[in-house]
Design a protein around this ligand. Structure first.
Ligand code: NAI
Ligand code: 13P
Length: 326
């Protein structure tokens, strides 16, 4: 029996709504918070979020635009884009009872500060307890109840295990971990690498190039993880390799779809959040600050910034000096 019988979700986008369905399936009392009262009213009336069309919301999920009501849960999941995390947590912090677990579900690194998601939570809500949930999980798959497995990490293993009990069900299988940084690095980096994979597909470079790019991208993710003390089993686990495989597999990933458009010379898909776009420059800065080589991520950042053409970036990657595989 979990301590966390009630769960609130802050952020009523695609992933927040899918996680509300997860918590409801696990038998929890669920509150889904939408910042915009009109959006909240529309979801409540239709029992469906336009971000996840065709998926009815369970009756047990209450929708609110009242943050104080959302703060009255035993545990809170924060599901807003990475660059909005600090603002969302700052509003929530004064309303939260001390020690409330606040689980980051975004994948990214904060611009300017280079902080990971749980570090932002720890700064913006010092009386809360930060955790992270990440892994291969498309909102649409999860909301439909298709089988999914993710990693849920907190510094306190008992807390991570209890949060797993609160959210797990026969269709959603979280594994607990204490390697918070390893989980955060995997989720942030894979989005940038998925853009690169999409570019390779958009340029029609072939299946061999896609496999090479994904593998060498993973080598970068591992190098960065090691520099931050991440565990090998986290980097090769669900939140690292697992999520990279999912996001590099095709256009169901918004990051892959963004890369696909870039590779084809088309405009980026409108209204679809591709976090890798925002993570790329900060990931590259962070890697440079630790002396970690991430040539694929660097190429993505340069392409997005418009400082290099796609063809020049591909040529530069292929013309790097030959080296040992590591
Ligand atoms: N969609 C997916 O399949 C998955 C997404 N994620 C991650 O979850 C995060 C959110 O992604 P999505 O839900 O897909 O994006 P989305 O664009 O569908 O929704 C984001 C929501 O956050 C809300 N929001 C923004 N700032 C807010 C604030 N200060 N307070 C309250 N709400 C705020 C927006 O109004 C919007 O409803 C991203 O970091 C993404 O990488 C992770 C796993 C799966
Ligand atoms: O993080 C995700 C799957 O685990 C969602 O990927 P996209 O944001 O690329 O769609």
């Amino acid at each position: 029996m979990t301590r966390f019988q009630t769960i609130s979700i802050i952020g009523a986008g695609a992933w927040g709504t899918a996680l509300a369905a997860v918590a409801a399936r696990a038998g929890r009392g669920v509150t889904l918070y939408a910042r915009d009262p009109d959006h909240a009213a529309r979801i409540a009336a239709a029992r469906e979020n336009p971000r996840l069309p065709g998926i009815p919301l369970a009756d047990s999920i209450s929708i609110t635009a009242d943050l104080a009501q959302a703060a009255r849960a035993a545990a809170v999941l924060i599901v807003v884009p990475a660059q909005h995390l600090r603002g969302a947590v700052m509003h929530l912090a004064p309303l939260l009872p001390d020690g409330t677990p606040v689980v980051a579900c975004a994948k990214g690194i904060e611009h300017g500060t280079h902080k990971f998601m749980t570090e932002v939570i720890a700064e913006a809500a010092p009386h809360a307890t930060a955790a992270i949930l990440s892994g291969p999980s498309f909102a649409d798959d999860v909301a439909r109840g298709l089988p999914t497995a993710v990693t849920l990490a907190a510094q306190d293993e008992a807390l991570a295990a209890d949060l797993v009990q609160a959210l797990g069900s026969p269709t959603f299988r979280p594994y607990h971990s204490t390697d918070v940084r390893g989980v955060e690095i995997g989720g942030a980096a894979k989005n940038v690498l998925a853009i690169a994979a999409g570019i390779v597909a958009g340029r029609k470079l072939g299946a061999s190039a896609l496999a090479a790019l994904t593998t060498r991208g993973f080598a970068e993710l591992v190098r960065l993880g090691r520099a931050f003390g991440a565990r090998g089993e986290t980097l090769t686990g669900l939140s690292g390799l697992g999520d990279l495989i999912l996001s590099c597999a095709g256009p169901q990933s918004r990051n892959f779809a963004a890369g696909l458009a870039l590779g084809r010379g088309e405009p980026l898909p409108a209204g679809k959040l591709a976090e890798g776009q925002y993570t790329a420059p900060v990931l590259v800065e962070l890697a440079a600050s630790r002396g970690v080589e991430m040539p694929v991520a660097q190429a993505v950042a340069a392409i997005l910034a418009g400082t290099v053409t796609i063809d020049a970036a591909i040529e530069a990657l292929m013309l790097r000096p030959f080296k040992a595989e590591e």
